[in-house]
Design a binder for this molecule. Structure first.
Ligand code: H53
Length: 821
């Protein structure tokens, strides 16, 4: 008899072929005798999805049976990228698929290229969520991710004449084979309306009569773990019109308006806000936040109630993780449900709520913390505003008992900000409620304690923790750098590092080994070739593989100082132009690569992109310079491009003004791929230095504690000659667009808030040190090997274990499977 625990689907190449052809014929509805690469990709994706579904059913049933404490990871953004390669690798059936496809006349890599990115997020925070989901699955934690299924993900960046234009990302146009719509998993979400006091069973209670109802429908995305059968779920909500409300509208005969309002419901989840860190005061944004929070909380409570009847047990079974303040309304929502719907006593409910939440802060400056205007909140969520006031009242009363009548401090700590526009400080709300509050690097966590949340730290020191960010080696080595992956497994004698990345330290003992060095350089060359091919296809610029590939890819932001990079490139160009042939022969050739998106309304960032193009135009067409220097801008940088760029980089730049980058995770991906870092001592770089030693990277610039004093000195400080000369070249129109770029130059020679001019000299020294090291391949390769060897601490596996142990209080719950021998 067929064993139900055996798994239905077989993974030998013949079974896989049958499944792919089945999906060609019946899912994609093309003839199995004639289908193109895209159709083959779709069929392939569906056959992989079948296997994911099977595993995710098994995992859910197993969790249900064991009923462990679960963590629910609430995030408004997930930057997942492509799923195909990652899925088959985590399922352990990549080679079988490659063989099956090749017998059908297709190449796995070619089909994988057909997939578009799922870009439901902006930058670091969103990609971090994706890495952490992979780690939660791999480490067998009983976890769920919750977010929003935007119809339009992050805009596509198109460059015309060097200017960024934003185009919509129609990522769902050809369907999404990875998700499953759960038509029966829907919840009503209420908005607007009024709150009435009513008497129920002799008790006063508040009843919210909403003015608008929208239905949330679940779309499940499976997240397979590596080396485990566990496959967890990322559940994303989409807006659907609510039938309840519609029926009324249709019955009153207002057919057209009823249909228009149906459309409106879908708008809630239609578009991702493209701004990386400031969303203040937009109604749709607040609606999105509450919509996803309300549906998620209803779903979580429904699951809890399936097995339990007493809310005292809720914190023993549920941990709720707030990824930044974006989901912080969840605190208020759980309070509302417990008090208004489950009729728990306020204090009892608050006691429960305080045991549920942990809160991760990603922001560094107070302006990065969300505040919601009271008027907006009161009109959209009237009952929630009341609850926030009550939470705040209790908190302030309690606080007075602890600290006395220190009104300045009381007003700083209050959840309600009494300013010209009265607002709710979502970060204060979250810190008041959460049992754990964490920063995302050591430096950032210290900053939270000493600056941003000093008042709170003094009150509750035990709440504050550090969980340094990490990235998943499955995506950032195994998927994106197969040659390095093979080399690592060969030299370490095991593939176990893919689950236990600390094993990479084993490379240290071979760092000087000539054979390893040789192979290491070959791997880098292969990856540089792939990147060079991409650059040529995209821009027509041919680059030399002997040049150092120097990369800065990340969101464009003044504090990340892409402008410093460009000024450095102009300086290099100017130097080369002024050299004679014999001097030029000693120059280390460079290919400078910059990529990243600017928020649509961020004019300075867009100017920086334009400057990059203007400088590239000049340099790349200057025959005096030739292969000694090239500059390319990679448009529409996204996860799948990062998979090509990062393995091919020799050097990567992380130039944030010290004290401005909470952590930075791009650097960790480059580090894993044996790329050397040129960086300021900011965010997680400080820990990277601890791990690999300052001698294995190129540090420069003001330190965090020096920044305030340098700023104090203000605009009067001297602009170094080299910097002034570069700015003069721009001002004089060497790169065209003279008037347009003046303001960029003014910002450096004027206030220079981001300290470009004062860091310029030290930046050039670090660049010179990088050149010198690159000219010595043995030395460079050793530094590169030691970078990869020291990258284990920056795996999201470590991060997730930290969260699970220090904050969530959850244990692995592993489906017994073939992996357990
Ligand atoms: O979060 C990353 C950090 C990075 C930080 C980033 C971030 C966002 O992407 C968006 C909003 C925000 O406040 C912070 O800038 O330093 O690595 C993940 O923690």
């Amino acid at each position: 008899m067929f064993g139900l625990m055996d798994g239905f689907l077989k993974n030998d190449p013949i079974s896989l072929q049958k499944d792919i052809l089945y999906h060609v014929e019946y899912t994609v509805a093309r003839s199995r005798f004639s289908f193109d690469d895209f159709e083959a990709y779709q069929a392939l994706a569906h056959s992989v999805r079948d296997r994911l579904i099977e595993r995710s059913h098994d995992t859910q049933l197993f969790f249900k049976r064991k009923d462990p404490k679960r963590v629910y990871f609430l995030s408004l953004e997930f930057l997942m990228g492509r799923s195909l390669s990652n899925s088959v690798i985590n399922l352990g059936i990549r080679d079988q698929y490659a063989e099956a496809l090749s017998q059908l006349g297709f190449e796995f890599e070619v089909l994988a290229e057909q997939e578009g990115d799922a870009a439901l997020g902006n930058g670091g925070l969103a990609r971090l969520s994706a890495c952490q989901m992979d780690s939660m699955a791999t480490l067998d934690y009983p976890a769920w991710g919750y977010g929003l299924r935007y119809q339009y993900g992050l805009f596509r960046q198109v460059i015309l004449d060097g200017i960024q234009h934003e185009q919509p990302d129609f990522w769902l146009n050809f369907g999404n084979p990875w998700e499953t719509e759960r038509v029966h998993v829907t919840y009503p979400v209420k908005f607007y309306g009024t709150v009435e006091e009513e008497i129920l069973n002799g008790e006063k209670c508040n009843v919210w009569n909403p003015g608008e109802l929208v239905e949330a429908v679940a779309y499940d995305n499976p997240i397979p773990g590596y080396g485990t059968r566990n496959t967890i779920t990322l559940r994303l909500w989409a807006g659907k019109p609510s039938d309840q409300r519609d029926m009324e509208a249709f019955n009153t005969g207002d057919y057209i308006n009823a249909l228009v309002s149906r459309q409106k419901a879908e708008n809630i989840s239609s578009v991702l806000y493209p701004d990386d860190r400031s969303y203040q005061g937009k109604e749709l944004r607040l609606k999105q936040q509450y919509f996803f929070v309300s549906a998620s909380i209803q779903d979580i409570i429904r699951r809890f109630k399936d097995a339990h009847s007493n809310f005292d047990e809720f914190p023993d079974k549920v941990a709720l993780q707030l990824n930044d303040t974006h989901p912080s309304l969840a605190i208020v929502e759980v309070m509302r449900v417990l008090v208004d719907e489950e009729h728990l006593d306020w204090h009892k409910a608050w006691d429960i709520v305080c045991k549920l939440f942990s809160f991760t802060i990603h922001a560094v400056i107070a302006e990065g913390l969300e505040k919601i205007p009271v008027d907006l909140l009161g009109s959209l969520l009237p009952r929630h505003l009341q609850i926030i006031y009550d939470i705040n009242f209790n908190f302030v009363e309690e606080l007075k008992k602890r600290i006395g009548l220190d009104y300045d401090r009381l007003s700083r700590m209050s959840i309600v900000e009494e300013a010209a526009v009265k607002t709710i400080r979502m970060a204060n709300l979250s810190v008041v409620c959460a049992h754990t509050v964490n920063g995302v690097s050591t430096v950032h966590s210290e900053l939270l304690k000493t600056k941003l949340f000093k008042d709170f730290y003094e009150l509750w020191p035990e709440k504050f923790q550090c969980m340094t960010n990490g990235v998943t080696q499955r995506r950032w080595i195994v998927v994106s750098n197969p040659s390095l992956c093979a080399l690592l497994s060969k030299w370490l004698g095991t593939e176990a590092w893919i689950r236990n990345v600390d094993l990479l330290t084993g490379l240290r003992e071979y760092a000087d080994d000539a054979d390893l060095q040789q192979e290491w350089m070959m791997v880098k060359k292969v990856n540089k070739m792939r990147l060079a091919e991409y650059i040529e296809a995209m821009s027509g610029v041919k680059v030399s593989l002997d040049a150092m590939f120097d990369v800065q890819t990340k969101r464009i932001h003044e504090y990340k100082r892409q402008l410093l990079n460009i000024l450095g490139i102009i300086h290099r160009y100017d130097c080369i132009k002024n050299m004679d042939k014999s001097q030029q022969s000693k120059v280390v050739p460079r290919v400078c690569i910059i990529g990243g998106k600017a928020a649509p309304g961020y004019e300075v960032a867009k100017k920086i992109i334009k400057l990059c193009h203007a400088v590239a135009e000049k340099i790349n067409n200057d025959s005096d310079v030739g292969d000694l220097l090239k500059l390319v801008f990679i448009p529409d940088y996204n996860v799948s491009l990062a998979e090509v760029v990062i393995p091919g980089a020799d050097l990567s730049q992380h130039l944030s003004t010290a004290g401005h980058e909470a952590s930075g995770t791009g650097s960790m991906k480059f580090l894993m791929n044996g790329c050397l870092l040129l960086a300021t001592e900011d965010g997680s770089t400080v820990e990277i230095v601890e791990e690999i030693g300052a001698e294995n990277l190129f540090l420069f610039g003001a330190k965090i504690h020096e920044v305030p004093e340098l700023r104090e000195k203000g605009p009067a400080h001297d602009v170094p000659l080299q910097c002034a000369r570069v700015l003069r070249l721009i001002r004089d129109g060497h790169f065209g667009f003279q008037d347009y770029f003046q303001s960029l130059c003014d910002s450096v020679e004027g206030e220079d808030f981001y300290l470009l001019s004062s860091d310029f000299g030290s930046y050039l020294e670090a660049q010179a040190a990088a050149d010198k090291a690159f000219a010595d391949p043995k030395k460079w390769t050793k530094m590169s090997i030691l970078s990869t060897a020291g990258s284990g601490r920056f795996s999201s596996d470590r991060t997730i274990r930290d969260y699970a142990e220090k904050s969530w209080g959850i244990e692995p719950c592993r489906f017994p499977s073939e992996f357990d021998g």
